[in-house]
Design a binder for this molecule. Structure first.
Ligand SMILES: [Zn+2]
Length: 314
C-alpha cells in the first residue's frame, strides 16, 4: 500500500519542472545526507542550472580498511503532479553530464516511474560506460524511509499529511517511564518483548489445579521454545496455566477490559493473587501501558513528580 503522497511536495517554482531550486531537490539532498552520503554540490549551487546534485559515497572494505569513494550524479525529476513517467528526453546527454561532473555513477531520483525506454538507457550506462547506476522512484523511496527513525522524521517534514495518516495507524508508544523502567523481558531468554512500538509474546496466569481460585504466579515469555521451557514443569507441580497473547491486551479498550476483569475477579474473590503474582500482574499492566496511552504534557508531568514523592507506581 502506498503511504506517501508525493503531490505534497510542491512542483518546482518558476516554470514548472525546469525551475530553480525546489522542494523536491531539497528533499533529495536531505534524503541522501541521511543515508550517509556526503553532499558535494547541493542543488542550490548550480550544477547543471541547479537541477542536479553531486554526492559522494564512502565504501570501506572489510579487510582493506582504506576507503574508496564513488561520486554520484543525482538527477531529480518531480512529476508526481502530472503522473507522467520520466522519459529519455527528460534526461538528455546523460554520459556528457556524468563525465562533465567527473562522476562514476548516476542516480535517477524520481517521484514517478522511469519509462521503460529511460530504464534501458540508464541500465545501458553500466554496460557501455562501466558506470554504476540506480533508479529511485516513489515506491522504493518510501520503503527506505520507513526503515529508520530518521527516515520517518523526513516523512514528517516533507509529507505532513501522509505522516498524520500513517501515524494514526502506526501509533508510537508514549514516553511515560524512565529508560529501563518497567521493561518486559522474556523470563527465559531475557529478550525485550516490547520493540518498535509493539509487543509480542504470551503471558500466563498460573493457578493451583486443586484450587483454581489461587493465582500463584504470573509469567511472560516469547512464543515457541521459551513458552515450553517456562511451563514444562507446571503439571508435575500441581499447577495449570491460562495463557494469552500480550498484544491482545495492548490496545486502549482491551487493556481497560483486562484490568476490569482482574478487579472483578479480585472483588468477587474468585481469584486470589499470591504476593508474587500480584507484583507481577502490576508489572505487566505498567509495562504495556505506554502502548495504549499518550505522552504526559509538561504540566501533568510536574504534578506527577510531586505525587510520586508520596508513593510509587506499580
Ligand atoms: Zn524468550
Amino acid at each position: 500500500m502506498t503511504i506517501l503522497n508525493f503531490k505534497e511536495i510542491p512542483e518546482a517554482h518558476g516554470n514548472g519542472e525546469s525551475g530553480l531550486k525546489d522542494t523536491f531537490e531539497l528533499f533529495a539532498e536531505v534524503f541522501f545526507s541521511k543515508l550517509g552520503f556526503k553532499i558535494i554540490e547541493g542543488p542550490s549551487r548550480g550544477a547543471d542550472n541547479g537541477k542536479d546534485l553531486i554526492i559522494e559515497e564512502s565504501i570501506q572494505g572489510k579487510f582493506d580498511i582504506s576507503e574508496s569513494k564513488i561520486r554520484w550524479l543525482v538527477s531529480c525529476k518531480h512529476k508526481a503532479h502530472s503522473g507522467n513517467s520520466v522519459r529519455p528526453e527528460d534526461e538528455p546527454n546523460l554520459l556528457e553530464r556524468i563525465s562533465l561532473h567527473k562522476c562514476s555513477g548516476f542516480i535517477g531520483f524520481y517521484s514517478t516511474l522511469a519509462s521503460s525506454g529511460l530504464d534501458a538507457l540508464i541500465s545501458g550506462l553500466s554496460n557501455t560506460g562501466n558506470l554504476k547506476t540506480k533508479i529511485f522512484n516513489a515506491e522504493n523511496i518510501e520503503t527506505l524511509l520507513l526503515q529508520s527513525q530518521s527516515g520517518i522524521e523526513l516523512i514528517e517534514r516533507f509529507f505532513p499529511q501522509s505522516f498524520t495518516q500513517w501515524r494514526a495507524e502506526n501509533p508510537e508508544k508514549a514516553k511515560i517511564f524512565k529508560e529501563g523502567e518497567f521493561e518486559l523481558n522474556c523470563m527465559v531468554c531475557e529478550k525485550n518483548l516490547i520493540t518498535n512500538n509493539s509487543v509480542e509474546g504470551f503471558f500466563y496466569i498460573i493457578k493451583k489445579t486443586s484450587d483454581l481460585g489461587k493465582v500463584v504466579a504470573v509469567k511472560w515469555s516469547c512464543f515457541g521454545d521459551c513458552d515450553k521451557r517456562l511451563n514444562h514443569n507446571n503439571q508435575q507441580q500441581g499447577l495449570m496455566e491460562r495463557f494469552d497473547h500480550i498484544d491482545s491486551k495492548a490496545t486502549p479498550v482491551t487493556y481497560l477490559l483486562f484490568i476490569m476483569d482482574i478487579l472483578r475477579d479480585m472483588h468477587s474473590g474468585s481469584e486470589i493473587y499470591s504476593e508474587d503474582a500480584f507484583d507481577k500482574i502490576k508489572h505487566l499492566i505498567c509495562a504495556i501501558y505506554p502502548l495504549v496511552t499518550r505522552n504526559m504534557t509538561t504540566k501533568e508531568a510536574e504534578v506527577l513528580e510531586g505525587e510520586l514523592m508520596m508513593r510509587s507506581i506499580g
